[in-house]
Design a protein around this ligand. Structure first.
Ligand SMILES: NC(=O)c1ccc[n+]([C@@H]2O[C@H](COP(=O)([O-])OP(=O)(O)OC[C@H]3O[C@@H](n4cnc5c(N)ncnc54)[C@H](O)[C@@H]3O)[C@@H](O)[C@H]2O)c1
Length: 311
């Protein structure tokens, strides 16, 4: 039997990375994970098909050592968490751009022709069309707002991805996750933050950023992984794919839904929306559906599942 491919997963100990690694293991691929451990969790289980390397994506030498041994790359390493976009935009951009250039240069050097790049819905900030498809105009509304360090890095990921992809790769695919949630996702996301706050609430007052009328859609990690699996095996070279769901919800309704499952009473208190936050973000997922994607989890099911697991 022909040997299966070896993948390098950068940022592979993070929330999405760990789940992608599990998918690859199930499919009997070999995996190298490169992660600096700034946010992810290193898996202690021993498996002959996976090797973990602790290091920074900006360290060219170390990255090249990994790239020497692989056939394809899934590039996820990036600094996430809205707080950090405002606090250390220079570092966000440093990791985004140096990481990206190192990955491209290394793939060219070792003739790796297959690359998957994680982008984000933040590339289009306030979209003209809702639901938003992959052809939406990419933009940064205010260069002085540090928040856009994150989206700016992702715009460059896509711009360089398409242009380098044409010249140096056989299969380069960009995917845009739209608010993925699930067990053990870390605290810098709206759902775990709400769960934590609501669980410990004392006087019913629940303060949220903005009016609570902001609209989002959330995708459960198992659905996300099914969509990613389709991209991996059926995705087309130089294509961009939204990964998300069409189930919209107002942020205040999300808080109420979580409170109901936990059996707590809350009163929503508004606060100013941080500059750069957007009012509505819902992806058009026709393109991923064309590959065969079907959403299995409603938001209710997904929330119930993580709350039952208590992680
Ligand atoms: N979770 C989502 O809803 C979402 C939405 C949009 C885009 N994304 C993108 O998907 C990818 C994965 O996201 P996630 O939710 O798993 O985030 P995460 O923060 O859990 O994972 C990112 C991983 O990258 C690692 N990392 C950070 N800086 C590094 C560096 N300099 N060198 C090596 N490793 C480094 C972290 O330790 C972490 O394990 C990211 O590129 C993210 O921007 C995620």
């Amino acid at each position: 039997m022909k040997n299966k491919k070896t993948f390098l997963v950068t940022g592979g100990t993070g929330f999405i990375g760990r789940n992608i690694v599990n998918l690859l293991l199930k499919k009997n691929y070999k995996i190298l994970v490169l992660d600096d451990g700034s946010r992810g969790v290193f898996n202690k289980t021993i498996n002959k098909n996976i090797k973990y390397i602790k290091g920074d994506i900006r360290e060219k030498k170390l990255l090249y050592k990994c790239l020497k041994k692989v056939d394809a790359v899934i590039h996820l390493a990036y600094i996430n968490g809205t707080r950090y976009f405002y606090e250390k935009p220079d570092v966000i951009l440093d990791v985004a751009i140096k990481g990206l250039i190192n990955v491209f240069d290394g793939c060219k050097k070792y003739k790796i022709k297959e690359l998957y790049l994680a982008s984000s819905s933040e590339v289009y900030q306030t979209p003209l069309k809702i639901p938003t498809d992959e052809n939406e105009m990419l933009k940064i509304p205010d260069i002085y707002n540090p928040r856009y360090s994150y989206g700016g890095g992702k715009i460059l990921t896509e711009l360089m991805g398409i242009n380098y992809g044409k010249k140096f790769f056989k299969k380069l695919i960009i995917f845009r996750p739209h608010n993925v949630y699930g067990p053990n996702m870390g605290n810098e996301h709206v759902i775990p933050e709400f769960i934590k706050k609501i669980k410990s609430i004392k006087n019913k007052n629940f303060k949220i950023q903005g009016s609570g009328n902001e609209i989002r859609s959330f995708i459960y990690i198992e659905d996300f992984i099914n969509a990613f699996d389709l991209i991996l095996h059926k995705g087309k070279h130089l294509n961009i794919y939204n990964i998300g769901t069409n189930e919209k919800i107002k942020i205040k309704e999300l808080a109420k839904k979580i409170a109901k499952i936990i059996n707590k009473k809350i009163i929503i208190r508004k606060s100013p929306l941080k500059e750069g936050g957007t009012k509505i973000r819902v992806p058009n997922i026709k393109k991923i559906k064309m590959l065969g994607f079907k959403t299995k989890f409603t938001l209710n099911n997904g929330l119930n599942k993580i709350l039952k697991l208590n992680v």
